[in-house]
Design a binder for this molecule. Structure first.
Ligand code: 5RP
Length: 227
């Protein structure tokens, strides 16, 4: 079993019968979604999924997981998702898979958020992983200019055909190559205020539990003050 599969399966132990579960996106969340499908099929659990991307929706539909949108539920009991980087104080960068907007919306309305990662994602400070910023195409070159002026080293993300990548909401992603983010909250505030920025990949003060995969097994970490 690889580390992503190990943490994906471990996280489903937090799911109880009857729960509404936020289903994350990416190669680690993939294994969690497969296991949710198995729990429904083989163990008869009643679970409703709220997906965070078209890719996860497709996977969940194939597995026969009953789905609702975030607007059709009053809340989400637990969301399980991957992450690109998690700092020592449990702040995160997400959006490597371009699903940050729906991921942040679903996490926001969740009673509990669990991130599942292999140990390579655990860092002292955020920033070595390029920070994704989702922007509306109209005006995106102006945002690029501003990011360049701020020396944020922005790169408009492209797809395998060399075209600008479109998110599930038809927006662009600008990746900021910052190397290190000294004050994540200040940067988040700055990005939140920019016209044309839809969302960014700084997920701050959002996670309740982190499950980290090591060769000798998963470790469950709980930020201070969380249950
Ligand atoms: C997608 C995400 C993913 O959760 C993140 O990129 C981690 O993906 P993976 O498990 O494939 O490394 O934020 O937008």
């Amino acid at each position: 079993m690889n580390l992503k599969q190990m943490v994906g399966i471990e996280a489903t132990k937090f799911i109880e019968d009857g729960m509404i579960v936020g289903l994350g996106t990416g190669s680690t969340a993939y294994y969690m979604v497969e296991e949710v499908g198995r729990l429904i099929r083989e163990e008869g659990l009643s679970i409703t999924g709220v997906t965070t991307s078209n890719a996860t929706k497709e996977q969940a539909e194939k597995l026969g997981i009953p789905l609702k949108t975030i607007d059709e539920v009053s809340h989400v009991d637990v969301t399980i998702d991957g992450a690109d980087e998690i700092s020592a104080d449990f702040q995160g960068i997400k959006g490597g898979g371009a699903a940050l907007l729906f991921e942040k919306i679903v996490a926001t309305y969740s009673n509990k958020v669990i991130w599942i990662v292999d140990h390579s994602k655990m860092v002292e400070h955020l920033g070595a992983f390029p920070l994704p910023v989702e922007v509306i195409p109209y005006g995106s070159q102006q945002i690029m200019r501003i990011f360049n002026e701020k020396n944020y080293h922005p790169v408009l993300r492209t797809n395998e055909n060399g075209e600008y990548l479109r998110t599930d909401s038809n927006n662009y992603i600008i990746d900021l190559h910052l190397e290190t983010i000294t004050d994540p909250h200040a940067l988040a505030n700055e990005l939140d205020k920019m016209v044309g920025v839809v969302e960014h990949g700084l997920f701050l003060d959002m996670v309740n539990t982190v499950i980290v995969g090591y060769d000798d097994g998963p470790r469950i970490l709980t930020p201070q003050g969380q249950k």
